[in-house]
Design a binder for this molecule. Sequence first.
Ligand code: KG4
Ligand code: ZN
Length: 389
Amino acid sequence: MLVLGIETTCDETAAAVVERHDDGRATVLANVVLSQIAEHAAFGGVVPEIAARAHVEALDLIIAAAMAEAGRDFGALDGVAAAAGPGLIGGVIVGLITAKAIALVHGKPLIAVNHLEAHALTARLTDGTPFPYCLFLASGGHTQIVAVRGVGDYVRLGTTRDDAIGEAFDKTAKLLGLGYPGGQRVEHEAARGDPSRFILPRPMIGRQDADFSLSGLKTALRLEAEKIAPLTDQDVADLCASFQGAVIEMVVDRLRRGLEVFRERFGAPSALVAAGGVAANQAIRAALLDLASQDQIALVVPPPSLCTDNAAMIAWAGAERLAHGLRDTLDTSPRARWPLDQVGKAAGTAGVPPALACPPAGRAGGRDARAPGAPTDGVSPNTAPSAVV
Ligand code: KG4
Ligand code: ZN
């Protein structure tokens, strides 16, 4: 099964071609990622309007490059998958509408993929990890522990009560003048810093739930930095190391608890899996390895290039859904918000009664509107194409 994947939810314009073999193994034939870092750097973060315009300018070339690298033409595809959310809505619209056009012109199924589901299933692309597994998903907008029980079957066991871990890395970088993107730069500085110099709080440690909280840590870091300003290079490195050390202790404690909750509710997971941009952090990966060996559970962490945003994971999630007979209609809406535990097996046409899948033209429907009685699966079946563009 050959699927083209398109990713445009944030600041990477990406296209990939992935083959899912009948035995469930995967071959990535092409995986092209164009980062917009240069466009956003001057602003210290992603500017949604600039991101959307940059996707428009680059996406067709990136798709052409991926198809050329894969050595296949559109006719050979079994499906076209695009991230339909969650993310910056301008970019999501660009990717989804492009996928719809390709699907329509070439008569191929469309798969509207949840970006978080794509992160969640990456371990199956890289390692063929069997269900069920315990997922630690840590990106710029999300920090969750999730029981991944099957395609479209996700139960959230823990989440952040305020900031996401990636967001906290980005804000730390900004506070310390390290610029954007923050995660890698904080990690780089932390490598030459002293993690014991500043005593920072370890929020949530020891609690019965499996939730996270980052805002207290962030404030404590700011206060420490203000106390000793102006900062030397060594101060910055020590602050980064102390921050990263506190994050790691919290992550390990929360995951230990998350694994207990998983076992209580669902039995033994096949593995602990990490996904999302934060999982590219080498110190976090090392801590996860320690945790997994103490817990005697297999650890699966995809290579950094497949942890940060990419289109191979979108193509793969599309292929997994397609293999289950799940596909989406051409009037599927892009979604800025789309929680992972609202992605259902019934998200595509397969689960939507025909009358709802093809609403009468001109029917009212906002981006998040649902037809009465339609499944609350996060994919709106009732938005007319004109409302999407
Ligand atoms: O998954 P991702 O590429 O995009 C989202 O879906 O958000 O994650 C991006 C986030 C950013 O907040 C970035 O700072 C963080 O992942 N990140 C890192 C590292 N590389 C990326 N955080 C810590 N250490 C890293 N090496
Ligand atoms: Zn992501």
